[in-house]
Design a protein around this ligand. Structure first.
Ligand code: AMP
Length: 287
């Protein structure tokens, strides 16, 4: 496995791969790799000859707001040596690990923003987050030159925004998604789960449990979003948790779905102590 730290070398290498008519499959990560990340590697492998993973904790997507004090950049888990071992075992071809200065040298002024879609759900409580995500992804796309890239449905809003950005800005890249990988009790695997105390770890499966209950309510005929949201809220409030948001939106454009029809996304973000966890479920309702 090749480890590349410089943008120039990564661009040159990607160019050489494409010259050989080999397809590049790309997974962007912030490291602290787990089964969720590796599932994306498995999926993207099917559509590519050369697999490139980036590990970069992107400072531009971390809020400094008081709403999310623990979202801070310094505190994000990092274990590059372990990540490299995992990716070697996984037979990944190239890992791109630039440092912050390489990605954002002094004087960086350019940003990419997907309006509206980036301002709801997580974008509301983390202003600027998706602008940071889109900016780093555009840079990574220009550096890694992928033919195909994959995003996890655990971050469904992010996946939807990236697809829109790629379409709007005419990137010649296929964007696919992979399902959320969960622990046996339903908890969506996340690098942030290590922050949870033993009690919180016992409580957090309520997130997915409440989404599944919501899905069942809808399948049984409930169409009023307010009723469904209140049910989820009441289940989560039984735990020592602080709800950031619970929303039901149209999956296409993330606008509020007052009554449930078509493909809807139920998304939530909840604090357990200072750890903010997100989860979501998609439900298709035939009119
Ligand atoms: P991150 O390192 O958190 O930026 O995540 C990198 C990619 O992995 C993103 O596309 C995430 O949506 C995806 N991802 C993170 N956790 C999971 C999971 N539990 N299941 C599937 N994909 C995931």
């Amino acid at each position: 496995m090749k480890i590349i730290k410089s943008i120039n070398e990564m661009q040159r290498t990607a160019f050489e791969v494409r010259e050989k008519n080999e397809r590049i499959g790309f997974v962007a990560t912030m490291g602290a790799l787990h089964k969720g990340h590796l599932s994306l590697v498995d999926i993207v492998k099917k559509g590519a000859d050369v697999i490139i993973i980036s590990i970069f904790v992107n400072p531009k997507q971390f809020g400094t707001s008081e709403v999310s004090p623990q979202e801070d950049y310094e505190r994000y888990p990092r274990d590059v040596e372990q990540d490299i071992k995992i990716l070697e075992d996984k037979k990944v071809d190239i890992v791109f690990i630039p440092d912050t200065y390489e990605m954002y040298p002094e004087g960086h002024l350019s940003y990419v923003n997907v309006q509206e879609l980036g301002e709801v759900l997580c974008g509301k409580s983390r202003p600027g987050h998706f602008k940071g995500v889109c900016t780093v992804l555009v840079k990574l796309f220009n550096i890694v030159k992928p033919d195909i890239t994959i995003f996890g449905e655990k971050d469904m809003q992010q996946a939807i925004i990236v697809k829109k950005m790629v379409e709007d800005l005419n990137f010649d890249i296929e964007v696919i998604t992979g399902p959320t990988i969960r622990e046996n009790d339903g908890l969506a695997i996340s690098s942030r789960n290590i922050y949870l105390s033993a009690q919180q770890r016992k409580d957090v499966p309520i997130l997915y449990k409440s989404l599944v209950i919501a899905k069942e309510m809808i399948e049984k005929g409930e169409r009023d979003s307010t009723v469904v949201i209140e049910k989820i809220r009441s289940l989560i409030e039984k735990k020592d948790a602080k709800i950031d948001y619970i929303d039901i939106v149209d999956k296409k454009d993330l606008t509020p779905a007052k009554s449930i029809k078509g493909d809807v996304l139920i998304a939530l973000a909840v604090y357990f102590g200072s750890t903010r966890l997100i989860d979501n479920i998609v439900i298709g309702v035939n009119p």
